[in-house]
Design a protein around this ligand. Structure first.
Ligand SMILES: [Zn+2]
Length: 231
């Protein structure tokens, strides 16, 4: 069977702190991912780093935020499948029904795996994201003098899932669900993330999307936006 291989490099080519060119170091992840279309693809996420020995960023391995967003650490299912499982479980749908629904989409997954994924993701939804913001932002400012975020939005089954990570180490800062039409709720949440003036860069969805318009409305100042690569 021939399988597509998709290779991703970081979206930035220069070090955000000293502006030196980033160089390839090693492949951070290389795994076969199952997508919601039922197709599988091998995804390689290449790690780059700053080679300036004096730079405070010299130990950071930069990866593709696009690859990290749809191929979540620890999973071999795409972020969309993970979100679908989380949303259905949150709606009280039984794991047998979720399993049957996914089978119809051409995705093989066991009941037990559905439970494991759902319990892990539901616990992320319960996290104290404001506490995470405090800690992760302090860590980024102390170590790199700036905050760089990756903010993704996925809509499944009428529910919008907003996921926020730091762009230096891919730590998950928050995971949130909203009714698809609840723009006010999303806007209020985005303010919690973007109002800190140390936020210098946001990797996110394309500019022609409704979500980007909401994000840009919340930011309301100069911001470096980096788009996820189309895949
Ligand atoms: Zn540097």
């Amino acid at each position: 069977m021939n399988m597509t291989t998709r290779v991703y490099k970081p979206e930035i080519s220069r070090c955000p702190v000293c502006n030196s060119k980033l160089f390839y170091r090693y492949t951070v992840s290389n795994k076969v991912i199952q997508f919601s279309s039922g197709h599988k693809a091998r995804v390689k996420n290449l790690g780059y780093s700053c080679t300036n020995k004096e730079c405070r960023c010299k130990d950071v391995i930069f990866t593709s935020q696009t690859a990290s967003k749809f191929c979540l650490k620890g999973y071999t299912y795409s972020a969309k499948i993970i979100t679908l499982i989380t949303v259905l479980k949150k709606k009280g749908i039984s794991r047998e029904k979720i399993c049957a629904k996914l089978a119809l989409m051409g995705i093989d997954i066991s009941d037990r795996n559905i439970d494991n994924i759902a319990s892990k993701e539901l616990s992320l939804l319960e996290q104290d994201y404001k506490e995470n913001i405090k800690n992760e932002y302090k860590f980024m400012v102390d170590n790199y003098g700036q905050i760089r975020l990756s903010i993704d939005s996925l809509v499944v089954e009428g529910i919008r899932c907003v996921s926020v990570r730091d762009s230096f180490h891919n730590h998950q800062i928050g995971l949130h669900l909203f009714d698809k039409s609840d723009n006010e709720g999303v806007l209020k949440l985005l303010h919690d993330y973007v109002d800190d003036l140390n936020v210098k860069s946001i990797t996110t969805v394309r500019k022609n999307t409704g979500f980007f318009k909401l994000l840009n409305q919340a930011v309301n100042r100069d911001m470096e936006y980096i788009c996820f690569i189309k895949y």
